[in-house]
Design a protein. Structure first.
Length: 202
């Protein structure tokens, strides 16, 4: 039995540095495409966030119009004819629920929620991280709302409303949608994407 020197197989020497050269080539390829890939991902995420914001704004406008129409019809039928329709109040409450829950998410997107200035309470070294911490808390709150809403929707699955008899999953899905949108918009703020104006620190 013939013994071969180290680094050889069947008497033929292995090519030196082949593995290292391959790893260096792959590393160079990743460095070359890394920024482009990150830029593409961020553009796609911005596209999703902006599209969700536009869709949310449209549904909020539609919900507001339906609330006004239902309440107006309720008033006219009650005081004009003494026979208000049973469905108008229930539909108005459904739309008002989305106005509230969807409006919370839209406020995170546009930054118009009432706020208290807390930056000055922090040590100077921590003040640059103030906004990012708030965005992270908001994203966590959105995840919690979506999770809690999903559990409640699962618990109430199969129920129907009293007057219209629509599936209550429509109503119970609103907190889930609101939580997902809150987390999405807060995540966009966290990543520094386009959002509503934020007041500068004093």
């Amino acid at each position: 039995m013939t013994a071969h020197p180290p680094g050889t197989a069947s008497g033929r020497p292995r090519p030196e540095g082949g593995g290292r050269a391959g790893r260096r080539a792959m590393s160079g390829l990743m460095r070359s495409f890394g920024p482009e890939l990150r830029g593409w991902v961020m553009r796609m995420f911005r596209y999703v966030v902006d599209g969700a914001a536009r869709l949310l704004a449209a549904t909020l406008g539609l919900a507001l119009a339906m609330v006004v129409a239902c309440v107006g019809l309720q008033v006219v039928m009650r005081y004009g004819f003494g026979s208000p329709p049973a469905w108008s109040e229930e539909l108005a409450m459904l739309m008002f629920s989305w106005l509230t829950l969807g409006g919370i998410a839209f406020g995170v997107r546009e930054g118009f929620h009432v706020s208290i200035e807390t930056r000055g309470m922090l040590p100077r070294a921590l003040q640059p991280f103030h906004d990012k911490v708030l965005d992270l808390i908001a994203a966590g709150f959105g995840v919690f709302v979506a999770w809690s809403g999903w559990r409640f929707m699962d618990f109430m699955w199969g129920s129907k409303s009293a007057a219209i008899r629509y599936p209550l999953e429509i109503l119970n899905a609103m907190p889930v949608a609101s939580g997902v949108l809150i987390a999405l918009f807060a995540g966009a703020r966290l990543l520094g994407l386009h959002t509503g104006p934020r007041e500068a620190a004093p």
